[in-house]
Ligand binder design. Structure first.
Ligand code: ADP
Length: 205
């Protein structure tokens, strides 16, 4: 799966221009599309907030979709593990799928640890400035480990899960995310309200 091979197999492809564009779909939907990219440690609250946000947006007649880490790893990315290279490929695919959904006029939310800055930047750079809203779900490792809703930290500490973010694999904090949500200081309702406020302020919704 080297990039050289990609270039060779893609050499004779020619982009086919559509006649219906994102702006047409947005007009039909009567709302903008965007990518809200949640990042943070396991158990920081990414999935919880992505789905709670989706619930609120859906009630406002916004077409939404959540790309959720564990779900995607059971399908689209089931051939990938957790090495640095596989994590990079995982995020690249999610970035590309998010971009397709963005063009489809959908309001996309992603919930992936996405621990590496350079991979998040790859996803960000796929789309136009302003379409990618990076939200850092910030909670201390101690809090996340205490929550441990899936028992993963326990397994990682017991050495049963290698390359576990925060324990045996690094998490690189975002330097300038669009929003930081301190999920260990606010409850879910308050966190979702913070996102909604941001989206309204920026006139995204
Ligand atoms: P992640 O997707 O980041 O791995 P999850 O959303 O699966 O995390 O789990 C987060 C856990 O923390 C859930 O059990 C959730 O109920 C709990 N939690 C407590 N407070 C918050 C909050 N403010 N925001 C999000 N989740 C919270």
């Amino acid at each position: 799966m080297s990039s050289n091979n990609d270039k060779i197999t893609n050499k004779h492809t020619v982009w086919h221009d559509p006649t219906v564009f994102r702006a047409d779909r947005e007009a039909l939907n009567k709302h903008k599309s965007a990518i809200v990219w949640f990042t943070g440690l396991s158990a920081a609250g990414k999935s919880t907030l992505a789905h709670a946000l989706e619930d609120k947006l859906h009630k406002r007649s916004i077409h939404t979709f959540v790309l959720d880490g564990d779900n995607i790893r059971q399908g689209l990315c089931k051939d990938l593990g957790f090495s640095d290279a596989d994590r990079e490929e995982n995020i690249r695919r999610i970035g590309e799928v998010s971009k397709l959904l963005l063009d489809a006029g959908v309001f996309v939310m992603t919930a992936f640890i996405s621990p590496f800055k350079k991979d998040r930047k790859i996803a960000r750079d796929l789309v136009t400035h302003g379409d990618f809203i990076e939200i850092y779900c910030k909670a201390s490792l101690e809090t996340c480990e205490k929550r441990d809703p899936k028992g993963l930290y326990k397994k990682a500490r017991a050495g049963e899960i290698p390359e576990f973010t925060g324990i045996s694999s690094p998490y690189e904090e975002p330097e300038s995310p669009e929003l930081v949500i301190e999920t260990d200081k606010k409850d879910v309702e308050q966190c979702v309200a913070q996102v909604i406020n941001y989206l309204e302020e920026k006139k995204i919704i």
